[in-house]
Structure formats: structure tokens, C-alpha cells
Design a protein around this ligand. Structure first.
Ligand code: GLN
Length: 481
């Protein structure tokens, strides 16, 4: 294997600074790796043709002793629902198959300003709707730990590309677990930040009130490094917190006293192999200063509330895809408006169509109070309950996913079964708190993730605890590929 591919972001940056290798060497090795294995993994939808040129330009600057940005050398995979100037941004949808944005999302602009290289655009479920990365026009991605299994989703390409050593780190989006689920299924670290900490400008909207962009990487320190670049107020996104201009998170090894709360209902609802591992993780985290207790959170209606709100917002967000401003080549001549419009919108995949229909239904004036309003009430109650728990404990713990990765295509026609696996992850989105998934171990050679959640804007605590766990657990992060 090309050995530079295994390096963490921290190692790449220092290797480049110390002139152990050039950025060009590194990018060439990654491109070769993608060439060798991506036919099997199918993480990438588009490779950035400019990546190698950018690498050479940066090398030249380094050679001439000019200053380069903080992230010079690293290669980032970007989920294909985050806009990249002049690079196709398809959302794995036929409706956007030819869409080349004229601008960069704020997160992409900030990465580029620090000289990170965009290596390509990675796969997802169409418009980020799904938990397996099987529902996109590009077809499914395959799990690097076992290619017959799903990668999780919807940021499946983001997780698979990092796990399979095809890029240094990646960005995903998380509306109801889409960063943490594939991070868990692929044994990488994935963070959903506090709502409002990272700009959503340039993220193709699925459900605005729930989603956040966040990083996936092979180490906690890499996540911290990316957060320091992408987080903070953005005048183009008025939901970002204007108190936080440039965050200064640190990836430190400090030990601090922490009170952990294990969410009883979520651990009880999981596969026995997963709950067992969560209990042994708690042993690793416990010490004289760090205690854990069981806490109770009524999550019975969280999933229903999440899907009602997400689908309602999706139905309104997706109304704009009429093939007039962006889309694919389909001549309207000879069609009357309604028939053209319905013909075009028939190009959405079945899952997206299902959500547009349910979302429109729950917003109908006759049903609004019965469904949408009720879902919002559940959301507020859940928020109050979680806030209460954070008076009692500092960190909430649960399995990231209640199930192990399963075979591609399994129960693919049973949407309810697929929705149910999001039970543990949707809470952080409904409430707005940050949550991270950490590699915790394996069962039958399939990865298991541990989810940690802190109160809003408590990312530093989350990183400290994650670092403690990472070094205590030292889980294998490299599949045999
Ligand atoms: N699986 C969830 C859904 O389909 C979450 C998706 C996401 O976070 N983008 O809505």
C-alpha cells in the first residue's frame, strides 16, 4: 500500500512542513489509491481534476519559502451536497446531475483559504435522505470493512473514503445522524457540531432546522483541527452564532473530572453485542474522578417527531427543482407546464418522492396541527428533558447505532425498518446539541460506534472526553484493503 495514505492530518501537515515528502507525492499516492480501490468501494462521485495542480502550486510556494496555510497538504473529500465552485455538486440526484455551482460553500472556502486540497466529491443518499448510501443515482457505496455490507449514511462516501484511506479527512452533513451513522459503520470519528456553530451556506438544504455540516476523520485531533477552520460566525448564514468568530478548540490529553450519563433506553434497545461493548467502554472511561450513572430519557416519540419535521422541511426545500434554473437536458417544447413539471419531478428517486409526499401531507392546513405542530411540541419537550439531564451529568452516552452494519439491499423495501435505526442519533439534531461517534470496537468484524453528547457549545468538553476514550480504547482504524 502507498504508505503516505495512512497518515493522519496532523502527520501529513508536519511531514510536508519538515520536507519529508511533497504535497504532490501525497496527492499522487491518494489518487493511485482511489484508482486501485474505488471501483469496489465507490466512495467518490467526482474527482477534482485540479487537485494535483493545486498540490504542485503549494509545493512551489513551500520551496520558495512563502507562507502556506494551516492545512497545506491535506486532502479533503466533500459530500456531494456541499457546493464546490466549478465542480459538479449532484446530491446523488438525477435532478442535479449537471449542476456546477458558481460559488463555494463557506466551509469549502475556509478550507481552501487554509490551503487544504479538495480531492473530490463523495457519495450520499439522494439529497442526504437515508441511512445507508444505497438511495442515490450513483448507486451504493460499499463498506471498507466488508464490501457486502452498507457503509451507513447518508454521508456514506465521506466515511468510506476516510476509512479506506482515499483522503485525509472529509466533510459530511448530519440532519438526523448522517455523519455519525456512517462513522460508526466504518470505524471512523464523526462529529455533528452544535446547531449554529458551522455555517450551512452552500449546503443543499434538506431540513434546515436540524442539519449541520461536520468533519469525519481517523483521529479526534483531526476533527478538532478541521473544526477550528470551518466553525464560527458567517454573515451568509444567519443561524450561525455571532458570538463565536474564530473558535480555538484544542486537542489536549488533559484528564478532567466528568460525570457520565448512560441513556438507559438507548442501550436497552440495542443489539446485545453493542450494549456489551458500551458497558466495557464505560469501564474504560471511569476512574476516581470520572463516574457514570444510568439516566432515563423518554425517546419514544423522538423518531416520529424527527421524520415529521424533516419531511415537512424537505417537501418545501425540494419544491425548487423544476429543471428550469438547474437540472439536466430535457427540452420543455411541446409540454404544457404541469405535465413538464411532473415529468421532471418523476426523476427523483422513490425515497425522495415518498418524503415529498408525506412532508406535503403533514403540512396541509387540515393536518398541520395533528402532525407538524405536535412534532414541534415533542421537540420542545425533548429539549427540556435533555437540558435537565445536563444539570445532572456532563456527557450523555449511548451506542451511535442500535444495530451492526447489515448487508447491502437487506430490507430495502421496508422504509420503516430503515427509519428505526436512527433512534439514537436524531436526539442531538432535534435538541441542537453536539454529538460525536467514536470507534469502539467490532462484533463479527463489523464496526461499532460509541456516541457521546454534551450540552450546546460544549465541544471542547466533548473533544477532551473523546481524546481520553480514544487513547484508552485504541481501536483498529485500518481495514485490510
Ligand atoms: N437517516 C436520516 C434521514 O434519512 C438522517 C439523514 C441525514 O442526517 N441527512 O432523514
Amino acid at each position: 500500500m502507498n504508505k503516505l495514505c495512512t497518515l493522519s492530518a496532523e502527520q501529513v501537515i508536519s511531514g510536508v512542513r519538515n520536507r519529508d515528502f511533497t504535497i504532490e507525492d501525497y496527492i499522487i499516492q491518494l489518487l493511485e489509491r482511489i484508482n486501485d480501490i474505488d471501483d469496489e468501494i465507490r466512495a467518490f462521485i467526482t474527482i477534482n481534476d485540479e487537485a494535483l495542480n493545486t498540490a504542485r502550486k503549494l509545493d512551489k510556494k513551500i520551496k520558495n519559502q512563502e507562507t502556506v496555510g494551516l492545512l497545506a497538504g491535506i486532502a479533503v473529500g466533500i459530500k456531494d451536497n456541499i457546493c464546490t465552485k466549478d465542480i459538479r455538486t449532484t446530491c446523488a440526484s438525477r435532478l442535479l446531475e449537471e449542476y456546477k455551482p458558481t460559488y463555494d460553500a463557506t466551509v469549502v472556502r475556509r478550507l481552501k483559504e487554509c490551503d487544504a486540497i479538495i480531492i473530490g466529491k463523495v457519495n450520499l443518499d439522494e439529497f442526504a435522505m437515508g441511512s445507508t448510501t444505497e438511495f442515490g443515482s450513483y448507486g451504493p457505496s460499499h463498506n471498507p470493512w466488508n464490501p457486502d455490507y452498507v457503509v451507513g449514511g447518508s454521508s456514506g462516501g465521506s466515511a468510506a473514503s476516510v476509512a479506506a484511506l482515499e483522503c485525509t479527512v472529509s466533510l459530511g452533513s448530519d440532519t438526523g445522524g448522517s455523519i455519525r451513522c456512517p462513522a460508526s459503520f466504518c470505524s471512523v470519528v464523526g462529529l455533528k457540531p452544535t446547531y449554529g456553530l458551522v455555517s450551512r451556506f452552500g449546503l443543499v438544504s434538506y431540513s434546515n432546522s436540524l442539519e449541520q455540516i461536520g468533519p469525519l476523520g481517523r483521529t479526534v485531533s483531526d476533527i478538532v483541527m478541521i473544526m477550528n477552520v470551518i466553525a464560527g460566525f458567517d454573515e451568509n448564514d444567519n443561524t450561525t452564532d455571532n458570538e463565536i468568530k474564530t473558535p480555538r478548540f484544542v486537542a489536549s490529553d488533559v484528564k478532567r473530572p466528568v460525570r457520565y450519563g448512560l441513556i438507559k433506553e438507548l442501550v436497552e434497545g440495542s443489539d446485545p453485542a453493542i450494549s456489551k461493548l458500551v458497558y466495557s467502554s464505560l469501564d474504560l472511561l471511569s476512574s476516581n474522578d470520572c463516574k457514570w450513572e444510568e439516566v432515563s430519557l423518554n425517546c419514544d416519540y423522538a423518531l416520529a417527531s424527527y421524520y415529521t419535521i424533516a419531511m415537512a422541511e424537505a417537501s418545501s426545500n425540494l419544491a425548487r427543482y423544476d429543471n428550469l434554473r438547474y437540472g439536466f437536458d430535457f427540452n420543455p417544447e411541446g409540454y404544457e407546464w404541469n405535465s413538464y413539471f411532473s415529468k421532471i419531478r418523476n426523476n427523483f428517486g422513490d425515497e425522495v418522492k415518498r418524503r415529498i409526499m408525506i412532508g406535503s401531507h403533514v403540512l396541509l392546513s387540515g393536518y398541520y396541527a395533528k402532525y407538524y405542530l405536535k412534532a414541534q411540541k415533542v421537540r420542545s419537550i425533548l429539549r427540556q428533558e435533555v437540558k435537565k439531564l445536563f444539570k445532572q451529568v456532563d456527557v450523555l452516552i449511548s451506542p451511535t447505532m442500535p444495530v451492526l452494519p447489515f448487508k447491502l439491499g437487506e430490507d430495502i423495501d421496508d422504509p420503516m425498518k430503515r427509519y428505526l435505526i436512527d433512534t439514537n442519533t436524531v436526539i442531538a439534531n432535534l435538541v441542537g446539541t453536539p454529538a460525536i461517534s467514536l470507534p469502539a470496537g467490532f462484533s463479527d468484524n463489523l464496526p461499532i460506534g460509541l456516541q457521546l453528547m454534551t450540552d450546546e457549545m460544549q465541544e471542547q468538553l466533548l473533544f477532551d472526553v473523546s481524546k481520553m476514550y480514544e487513547s484508552a480504547a485504541s481501536v483498529n482504524r485500518k481495514p485490510d484493503l
